[in-house]
Design a protein around this ligand. Sequence first.
Ligand code: MSP
Length: 480
Amino acid sequence: MAKKLITTPIYYINAAPHIGHTYTMVAADVLARYYRELGNEVIFTAGTDENSQKTLQAVEKTGASDAQAYANEMTGIWEKTWKDLGISYDKFVRTSSPEHHATVAAFLAKVQASDDLYKGTYEGLYCVGCEEFKRPDDLVDGRCPLHNAEPEQLKEDNYFFKLSNYQQPLLDHIRQHPEFVAPVSRRNEVLAFIERGLEDISFSRPSRGWGIPFPGDDKQVVYVWSDALVNYLTAVGYPNPGYEQWWPANLHLVGKDIIKFHCIIWPAMLLSAGLPLPEQVFAHGFFTVAEQKISKSLGNAIAPSFITDKYGIDGLRYYLLRDIPFGSDGEFSFDRLHSVYNADLANELGNLVQRTASMITKYMGGKLGKVEAHSHDASRYHEALANLRFDKALEDVWERVKGLNQMIEEEKPWVLAKEDPEHLTEVLTHVVSDLLQISGLLLPFLPVAAVKIAKTFEDGVVHPEVGILFPRIEDKLSLG
Ligand code: MSP
């Protein structure tokens, strides 16, 4: 059995999840479910990035008793959000956990053994929003463009990592493995960045009593990104025996804001520690509201439950992955969400299942006899998923749905019921058989509806108790 390790970024805990984070999680969840369906053994990882300066700021602001108590409470919110959305992760890594501390210590010992760490002084800028050391040319009008905030000016002792040692090995790897960074626009961005020259980077910060102590110096803690990236190894139990079965990761799914960390710093860290590099880092685009990245700091965050309360989990999943090619930016729109839900889910798919079930009930006493799922060629769907083109995979399924609606219009079962009962059985059997295949193809995307479709026709008998898949919704949501 093939193994697949699929990871998602671990999220900062200073605020609650919004639909931007949900986007990454839903995409990873679709892939994890898809690969499990195909018979792979999957580890899908998620987690929280707790050891940041943002956490300490939030503790001060909220008056929480201490950082660990605050982290416990916030991580609870993140885990509950993903559970409520049915996100099927297998491992949840908390960076304040003893397991993660131990993995980071073991990992840094390898980097140390490669002579890639040294002590120095950092003098420069730091954006707490990005938790990143910034260069003046990263700023626009003196502000971080992602957080619209002025960075802090720092002068502090740090341990440095010899990133500059890895410039050539990284260029070689990326050139020899065209699939390593995707989509190709991101690959070009990463190559251009490396070609401009890599400087050594800070790997520690002065300790403020929170974070992972830097090995051999308890006045310093590990810089939050140097600790966070290692979570992918914590998830598979590094350095304990057995992790080799899972490492390297098959896919790191990330947003385009964090490719430098995942495509440059992380691979350099792995090379330094003598570990193999992940097969692929795929960077998706941003969801924007009024053309700004959604974020708590910009005050435009939408909680996923705000949408699922009205449109259901499957409604949100469908909208997130159908409307925007994965990899590109897209504007979140309540109008689009509403019309896509009513047109594609309620009318086209929901109605098809509903009318098929009622015709079997009305014309055949609810009994069709045992029907197997069709196995029409689905190579377009599989190819789309291999390239993370969720929109294309769904397009393929919707062509099938539309084809069946059209077939019903042309065959007119309501006429056949009077004139040709034999052909009526043939037509309805064909439709149900296709619907069962569609249900299988939709299982990774719409886990609730797909199961309902199969249940509606289970054992060749209509089960009206399953109910309507997607009730039509009249009034729209708005941020109001
Ligand atoms: N903690 C780091 C990641 C460490 S991974 C080793 C971090 N966390 S974050 O909470 O800021 O969120 C990171 C990820 O959330 C982004 O890379 C992206 O995957 C997702 N998104 C956050 N806002 C988003 C949008 N508005 N749109 C799409 N994805 C977004 O960075």
